[in-house]
Ligand binder design. Structure first.
Ligand SMILES: [Zn+2]
Length: 432
């Protein structure tokens, strides 16, 4: 792997900024050097200082652009790249009318492979270097996902969904086949290269109690794997869940009673929560994941980031493509800002950029590997151009601070603002 010295402005976070004035939470350098060796960030600092230590290394000058850790998307559906932007319904109809028919196509290895290539192309184009993905029920889809991630050397988490009821017959596994396929995928992919396996019961509605019991067994047998599912996205979904699991105290209790809650658990949406559920999140350390573009698109509701954070709960933020409407974490932060505004909560741009990088890494317990530009971490880096469009350039003429620039990126930015993406130290756009 070629060693490389990047030059540009540098922003990296050490902890979550408490406010816009909390400058100890991050490092910002106007003219920085970032030295990459063997895919790892070896050193950062003022450019001339780093240059003096690495005279032999090729310099890539990204000035005046901004170097930041690659974005992390903590909830996305790989088989939904051709479902995004499907009109007209809320969650349960949307799943039945669009998503489930589309996901049946991933029984085909050829289709899975083609979609995996397209999926990772989109992630890279939008500056997302790590993601946590749901694959389809088919083992083929997860094999395609992980083999493509491995080929690109990306740090990726994912898993085949477990679903054995309330779905078309060619989209259902069984307790036994779900167990066997998941075990085989963990053996083949978990901890191989930069891959991590995620045990993925889709949600309570599509798993029988017997399958939930099996997921509990899988989780106990593989404590190193993450767990992902969906929670309290939509009121009809909650009512149906309570019918199916009449003995559960509430929706979250379905997962809790099967031993699926811990600090490696990601719960997509978590919008309509009851007080006991919030207490259980505090007790178990499980992570709600805010999916603003999806929540607006499906009319699901408003995620209470401020309320949950005040209880010490660590929330992720994610696109949820295909119900989410953009692969772009900048646009996700844009819509997130608006969802919080509707609740009288203000997301500062420094907090927003922390959230999509180090914040999501902390949610995954991977902040020692990704999410910052700290020496020793993996060189997944994006180069942001704050004047990528004429409208952005015009607005940038009047920007007077880093925070103002970040907010312009957050509100106006999209894939055009992603000037370059380094994955494990290798430039992805220059390569194309
Ligand atoms: Zn989802």
């Amino acid at each position: 792997m070629t060693d490389r010295l990047l030059r540009g402005r540098l922003l990296t976070f050490h902890r979550e900024p408490q406010s816009g004035d909390d400058s100890d939470a991050y490092t910002y350098l106007e003219d920085a050097g970032l030295l990459i060796r063997n895919g790892i960030i070896e050193d950062t600092g003022p450019f001339e200082t780093i240059r003096a230590k690495a005279r032999d290394v090729v310099v890539k000058d990204h000035r005046p652009h901004l170097m930041l850790a690659g974005f992390i998307d903590t909830h996305i559906h790989f088989p939904q790249v051709q479902v995004i932007a499907s009109w007209g319904s809320q969650l349960l109809d949307w799943l039945n009318n669009y998503t489930f028919p589309e996901e049946t196509r991933f029984a085909s290895q050829e289709h899975s492979q083609r979609m995996a290539e397209a999926f990772f192309d989109q992630l890279i184009a939008h500056g997302t270097t790590s993601a946590v993905a749901f694959c389809s029920v088919h083992k083929t889809s997860a094999d395609a996902f992980f083999s493509e991630a491995t080929r690109r050397n990306m740090r990726m988490l994912g898993g085949k969904v477990l679903m054995d009821r309330n779905a078309p017959s060619d989209l259902r596994d069984t307790v036994q086949s779900g167990y066997d396929d998941t075990k085989a995928l963990i053996v083949d992919w978990h901890g191989k290269g930069r891959n991590g396996y995620v045990i993925s019961p889709r949600f309570a509605i599509t798993s029988t109690p017997e399958q939930m019991e099996m997921a509990k067994t899988l989780a106990a047998e593989h404590p190193g794997c993450h767990i992902q599912t969906h929670l309290s996205e939509n009121k009809d979904e909650i009512a149906f869940t309570k019918e199916l699991y009449a003995q559960a105290r509430d929706y979250l209790d379905v997962y809790q009673s099967y031993g699926l809650l811990g600090d490696k658990t990601l719960l997509g949406h978590a919008i309509h929560l009851e007080p006991r559920e919030i207490d259980a999140l505090v007790e178990t350390g499980a992570h709600p994941v805010f999916c603003p573009t999806s929540n607006l698109f499906l009319g699901s509701g408003l995620f209470d980031h401020g309320g949950l954070s005040a209880r010490g709960i660590m929330n992720g933020i994610a696109t949820d493509v295909g119900a989410g409407t953009s692969y772009c974490m900048l646009q996700t932060l844009n819509e997130g800002y608006k969802v919080l505004q509707l609740q009288g909560q203000s997301l500062h741009p420094l907090q927003a950029f922390h959230w999509a990088t180090r914040g999501n890494a902390c949610v995954l317990g991977l902040e020692h590997k990704i999410g910052t530009l700290a020496p020793g971490t993996e060189a997944d880096i994006i180069i942001l151009n704050s004047a990528a469009t004429d409208a952005m350039a015009l607005r940038m003429e009047r920007a007077e601070s880093l925070s103002e620039e970040l907010f312009i990126l957050q509100i106006m930015g999209d894939d055009r603002a992603i000037d370059e993406v380094y994955v494990n130290g290798v430039a992805q756009k220059a390569k194309a």
